[in-house]
Design a protein around this ligand. Structure first.
Ligand code: GBH
Length: 483
């Protein structure tokens, strides 16, 4: 698409943060260097059939050794902020003893970012629990909450003077229900009760860490990131489909939003999961800790979904990548089935639905963030496409540029509707290790050649850099400009 004239620029609000995100296990490599020991993903990725192609994060993007070049890339793109995660398995390899060399790495990274004028946005937990803790029950064990708190304080000891934004968890839905109930993520269990126990302990860990960090320094900006969805009934006139959509909303969105913002599990959810032992996991006082006020809520949005009470022949209950046995991530999954819609899809098969992001932000703002005075950010959004370099060595990923443009437009639609969204992080800065999909899926605005570790900014990266430089979105959708 031609460069839009300045007149048709749709500006971002003043101070709007434009950044990109990654996570430790997906990019760092150096899996056993400087004292790092196995996390649950090192174990899981070695289980036969767990990850496509048997791929592991042993080397990944070798970011552990190339972080300086990667920060230089961020500066070239003009990113305001970089959202990264700290590997718990690097900092407390045995689950409790602090490994100074692990912290050294994050100190080097943060100093490099600050030197380049890119503001660090730190996530404490993006799924890499030390295997030593999993051996004692992982997130189903209450003890993990205290180990997580001690770990967070150790990271704060080192970086508290230079990192302002601290989020505790990335997507507890995935840690709990993809890891302990669906079996598609580490540690690979398929147990509805375990998923619920894990979800509760993850949130308790979140609340306890927010309290501990706030006690130390009340100027920090604290919160967490949730992956939220827009659950629509396939047939809005069929009460059974409406109920399927309600259940998914309860088990993906409200199971986290309500305890965190309202200090209680939703009563319809408690009804749905009756008999799965949640009441034996929750102790007096837990919900007060979980609902400790937060400054920021990060929303990760990839797609919405249409739910029916009827199975669909083409839609699996979960994203099974290999032949390994899996089940639905929902602990109360009876009569809950996803149906595909006539929408464009990405290489993951995920539906492209930017207007869902507008609706989601409006709802989360009105029902949760605004009453609590919590700032809203989109901390992930992005797409995998099968993009390969062209004859010119460049990656002409027009579909990703359109995806980025349309989702930023959807955020501006929410802003126009009165939702004060504060920023956006594209997922991901780099092509990287896409969990159960291994290296088969590329989400980056920067291509990584896994043989040479060479980085190439894709067309979408250049487009994003132009948007950041202009502080606004060029008018018209690139998708609509095509033939
Ligand atoms: C995010 O998770 C992650 O934070 C990031 O690490 C990852 O690389 C990125 O997105 C791209 O995948 O209910 O079993 O059918 C993705 C969020 C939410 C995607 C749940 C899959 C459906 C799985 N996920 N979703 S299932």
């Amino acid at each position: 698409p031609a460069v839009a004239p300045a007149a048709s620029l749709r500006p971002f609000p003043a101070g709007f943060v434009l950044g990109a995100a990654t996570a430790a296990y997906q990019i760092e490599g150096a899996a056993h260097e400087d004292g790092r020991r196995d996390s649950i993903w090192d174990t899981f990725s070695r289980e036969p059939g767990a990850v496509l192609g048997g791929d592991t994060g042993d080397v990944a993007c070798d970011h552990y050794h190339r972080y300086r070049d990667d920060v230089a890339l961020m500066a070239r793109l003009g990113l305001d902020s970089y959202r990264f995660s700290v590997s718990m398995a690097r900092v407390v390899p045995d689950g409790h003893t602090v490994n100074a060399k692990g912290l050294d790495f994050y100190e080097r990274l943060v100093d490099e970012l600050l030197g380049a004028g890119v503001s660090p946005w730190l996530t404490l937990y993006h799924w890499d629990l030390p295997q030593a803790l999993e051996d004692r029950g992982g997130w189903t064990a209450r003890e993990t909450v205290d180990r997580f708190t001690d770990y967070a304080l150790a990271v704060h000891d080192r970086l508290g003077d230079r990192v302002r934004t601290w989020t505790t968890l990335n997507e507890p839905f995935c840690s709990a229900f993809l890891g302990y109930t669906a079996g598609v993520h580490a540690p690979g269990h398929t147990d509805p009760a375990a998923g619920l126990a894990a979800a509760h302990h993850l949130m308790l860990g979140h609340g306890q860490v927010v309290r501990a960090l706030r006690d130390r320094d009340d100027s920090l900006s604290l919160g967490l990131t949730l992956n939220l969805t827009v659950a629509d009934p396939v047939d809005p006139t069929d009460p059974r489909d409406v109920d399927a959509a309600r259940r998914v909303d309860a088990q993906m969105n409200r199971v986290f939003l309500d305890p965190i913002f309202r200090g209680a599990y939703p009563s319809d959810l408690l009804e749905d999961v009756r008999g799965l032992g949640l009441e034996r996991v929750v102790r007096d006082g837990d919900l007060a800790v979980i609902s400790t006020p937060i400054d920021v809520l990060g929303v990760n949005y990839y797609q919405g979904e249409a739910l029916s009470h009827r199975p669909h022949p083409d839609a699996p209950v979960t994203e099974a990548v290999t032949a390994r046995p899996v089940r639905s991530p929902f602990p109360a999954a009876d009569g809950v089935f996803r149906h595909p819609r006539p929408l464009a899809t990405t290489a993951m098969g995920w539906e492209v639905q930017p207007e869902g992001l507008t609706r989601l932000l409006e709802r989360v703002h009105a029902e949760y963030a605004a009453p609590a005075g919590t700032e809203l950010y989109v901390t992930e959004n992005g797409a995998a496409f099968a993009d390969e370099p062209d004859g010119d060595g460049l990656v002409h990923d027009a579909a990703r540029t359109a995806f980025l443009h349309d989702h930023l437009g959807a955020i501006l639609d929410a802003v126009d509707a009165g939702v004060p969204v504060r920023g956006y992080f594209y997922w991901s800065l780099l092509d990287n290790y896409e969990w159960a999909w291994g290296y088969s899926q590329r989400f980056g605005i920067v291509r990584v050649d896994y043989d040479s570790q060479e980085r190439t900014i894709k067309d979408s990266g250049h487009a994003y850099a132009a948007i950041i430089a202009a502080r606004g979105l060029p008018g018209g959708s690139p998708a609509a400009d095509g033939p």
